[in-house]
Design a protein around this ligand. Sequence first.
Ligand code: BGC
Length: 913
Amino acid sequence: MTQRSCRDLRVEHLCRPLAVGAVSPRFSWIADHAQTAYRLVVTDASGSVTWDSGRVDSSETSLVAYAGTPLAAGADFDWRVESWSRDSVLDGGSTFGTAPDLDAWSAPWVEPVQVSAVVERWSLLDWIRGGGPTAPVEERLRPANLLRQAFVLDEAPVRARLHMTARGVYTAWLGGERVGDEVLAPGFDSYAHRISVQTYDVTRQLTAGENVLAVALADGWWAGRIGLTGSSAQFGDRTSVTWELHAAFADGRTRVIRPGATDVRSGTGPWRYTDLFVGECYDARALPDGWREPGFDDRAWTPVVQRGVDARALVPFRGEPVRRVQEVPARTVRATPDGWIADFGQVIAGRVRLTLPALPAGSRVVVEHTETLDSDGSWFVNIAGINKEQTDVFVADGEEAEWEPEFTFHGFRYARVRGVDELRPEDVVAVVLSSDLEQTGRFSTSDARLNRLHENVVWSQRANFLSIPTDCPQRERAGWTGDLQVFAPAAANNALVAPFVSRWLDNLRSDQRSDGRVTITSPYSPFDAEAAEKATGLGGIVAAAGWSDAIAIVPWTLYERYGDVRVLEDNYDAVLAWIGFQTRTAADELPATLAAGDLSPERRARQALLYNTGEHFGDWLTPSTMEGRPTHEAIGIAPALTSELVAPMFQAHTLTLASRMAEVLNRPEAAGLAARAARVREAFAAEYVSADGGLPVRLQGMYALALGLGTIPDDLREAAGDRLAELVRERGSRLDTGFLSMPYLLDALWDTGHRDLARAVQWQSEAPSWLSQVDRGATTIWETWDAIAPDGTIRAMSFNHYAFGCVDDWLFRRVAGITPTAPGYRRVRIEPDLDAGVTRVDAAVGTPYGEIAVVWRRAQGTVTVRVTVPFGVEATLVVAGETVPLGPGTTERAWDRVEERARDRADEGAEHV
Ligand code: BGC
């Protein structure tokens, strides 16, 4: 056996996280060899071994769970991995089984990774509320509070960690420098149940003598406006913050600094008001000179009010924080009678940074934001709804300034700036905000439009993966479950989404109602609950088919793409509870069109199995139900028409996923769930599928779902596929699928033998179609196909909704041909569609074992395919009817006469028939 080196060491999917919340964190590494055994050793801060796995004969390199003595809360630990392969002679020289001698392990060990394990226990005691004037500036628009705590250290610490969180959003400074590089901390959580605590390494920012921790605290998601209605104070109406600084000194002493009643003082400063929706007003004149440094006279500042912290809600932050991830320069800036309009050429979520000349004190610079201009180039605001101004204001103090808002963000491509005599392109830049996920995928082809479509998806993902996965970054900014459910597979191709999405699932579970209903959005505020209770119709929906099923579908997607079993474990009970709700409702209710007395006992029994009642969004935004009608009228048609079918189809799907989860987790319910799924499918077929494969609602989406979710009996799949094809042809190969069915359409056509039609829909340039958006200049994915109508009319819809971007998964799976066939890409099938209509594809996905890359080219009947597969992945390449098993490394092969081969295969197929 040879000891070999590894790279890319990770804890809980992440490279060198500063803190992990898991009691038993999982370790991953990439082995650049065919690993046959590994050994993990974990040591605590004093160097004592807390876990030595010993040599484990296993090829696994991903998510190996810690199984040592419990890790001390808040303390660092190191871990190392050693990995063997069988590619050289077994030397029998293993020294394992005895007490490890760490010093003796040299080269083969990977450099230790240091992680601070923060295991649940917090002693954060008090919420600190801001002092100073609290009166709203305008209706419920409040100033940000400034808080400061001065403290003296007799020497500089050797290690210091700041744990901090807020009900609101905060930025902190220590030693005059910003703490960390994240923005809008602590992020959006379902605060009534969970508030994420950040951990920062602040060792360098502390000195002997007086130190000052300065904090600015604003409304954020807690007290500011959010959601469909744009109402404020949905979680609480006063912000507060709490922190705890742990310092360790060279001689072994430690000290914990907490905010006390007397040593924290608070006032207000330059942020006159700041709100996620309305925007921010920054008055440079009101910045207290030196407030973040020692020596500032804060006697006029009021001490703060305190309240006890409910420690149960505090959890270590999981995943990647929101950061400024990119800057987009202005492409053009032009003068209009109403101000300067800067075009950044790209719809983003973020804000604008301005370089301003010295302006007279008190003068105002106003920055408005929008995602689109009107067709004549004039200013147009595409966000419907009150309190969604997206307007920032800078009040000058007579000095030159570089200014970017701190506690807000907007969805925009254009900014209109007023209050300056001149604005040059170099004076204005768009700062992109996003949860800072590792970008792992790439996709490009010989076709520029297809590439732009993919880029649009990536941009919509970036803009909407902002603390939580949202529907859109400008209007609601809500964690709509349905949107993520349809988009999750595409998202997982583009970025490492496992920690980010898992944290959102933590929130979703905490929002689940006691009767098992999974809420349509998460975080779900007390305000949301109250509003739903009062409303009727769509507004009264708490849980919905295809939205609530995210609780099963999203974890399953993570399992498929990352092999993460714990995400199944974490969510399994919540899935069962949701199934419980569906099952009870099915037994209790009948669709309004049926009366119990008229039904035969068999029919009644079937109906009692089907979750087919209640208010749902159905196949939301189905194009043909919207066309030619004003949105407010049209919006309810697809729900009314499709919910009775959609709900039991998702019920069946969730039951199947639950039974698969149960199998993976060795739960006893597996067989029962599978049997129930089969009974629901049978009942669905008996109630809704005709003998010739027809469904009662003639819409593409119903067939796509029935085929995709397996609610058409096997022997009728082909017939149903033909009906779907007919519907697609009737629409001239244009899309007529809504939110829920969109991800299944192309596969449903493909799997039932309508491959050319699937390709035609993908390539369609007439709306509704993906490329029609590209042709109309889209730089992100739109909420509706007619956000810009064919005649150029601009509508007040979101220009940044990723849901319909789910087609990106198809591009990776079919056009590039990369499909996982075992969890975490342990096995992968690579079968590019050589007739995809492109001559070159270059794509890659990140997997737990390393990158899988595919480059294929087609020229004059010859196809060249180059595939790179990491160790640990078993790949099969399927080209021109030939199946080639691939070993790790890069393989390049060429096939000539591909057309002839395809014809031969078609003929052979015909003969078989
Ligand atoms: C959101 C959607 C969401 C839907 C629910 C809309 O207002 O923007 O993306 O899923 O409501 O039907």
